[in-house]
Design a protein around this ligand. Structure first.
Ligand SMILES: CC(C)(COP(=O)(O)OP(=O)(O)OC[C@H]1O[C@@H](n2cnc3c(N)ncnc32)[C@H](O)[C@@H]1OP(=O)(O)O)[C@@H](O)C(=O)NCCC(=O)NCCS
Length: 163
């Protein structure tokens, strides 16, 4: 199967991403930059370090030295909890999230689990649309789960994909 260039992102020709690299501490300076460009309340270095130490699944895709996208997933007994799912701002709207979701689903199936669940900010319509388009359903709301500015709080929408 040959690689082609979509914008300057290397994707397989059927939209499947090539093999990722596992996130390691030497990548974190670049990851934090992407994180800060993508979120109003980005993860901190310690969140990633703790996740690496905990052995979470943390694949990262690169284009040369550029971080394109990554996620952080915690595997439980029969489910995967998706903790972070990020496409670098400069590489959004190119299908990377859909391809990464396909990879996550296949990785989860291969680990024998039967569902993926996540929390997402109620205001994050881009992400909610992506998850709905990927087959996730809304399970409920956690009121005031996320911090916003000036001490205010925002609801989390809890979503899951089951098979
Ligand atoms: C949400 C996010 C992961 C989508 O990544 P992406 O690579 O741009 O998404 P894709 O190109 O694969 O698009 C998938 C679908 O997401 C939705 N979407 C993506 N970007 C969108 C935008 N700017 N406006 C509206 N919908 C959008 C659409 O349904 C889109 O399908 P379409 O392009 O065919 O209409 C990305 O915007 C991101 O990383 N945002 C910041 C971090 C974040 O919020 N992560 C989720 C935390 S729960």
């Amino acid at each position: 199967m040959k690689l082609f260039r979509k914008s300057h992102v290397a994707l397989m020709d059927d939209g499947i991403l090539p093999a990722p690299r596992d996130m390691t501490q030497d990548m974190l300076a670049d990851i934090i930059q992407v994180e800060q460009g993508a979120y109003s309340h980005p993860w901190l270095m310690g969140n990633f370090v703790d996740s690496i130490i905990s052995g979470y699944h943390m694949p990262v895709w690169f284009d040369g030295d550029d971080v394109l996208c990554y996620f952080v997933a915690m595997r439980g007994a029969d489910e995967v909890h998706l903790l972070n799912f990020t496409v670098a701002s400069a590489h959004q709207r190119q299908g990377l999230a859909q391809a990464m979701m396909r990879y996550l689903r296949e990785w989860s199936v291969s680990r024998g689990v039967h569902s993926i669940w996540l929390e997402v900010r109620a205001s994050n319509q881009r992400a909610i649309d992506l998850y709905l388009a990927s087959g996730f359903v809304t399970d409920g709301v956690r009121p005031g789960y996320y911090p916003v500015h000036h001490g205010q709080r925002e609801d989390a929408v809890v979503m899951s994909l089951n098979w």
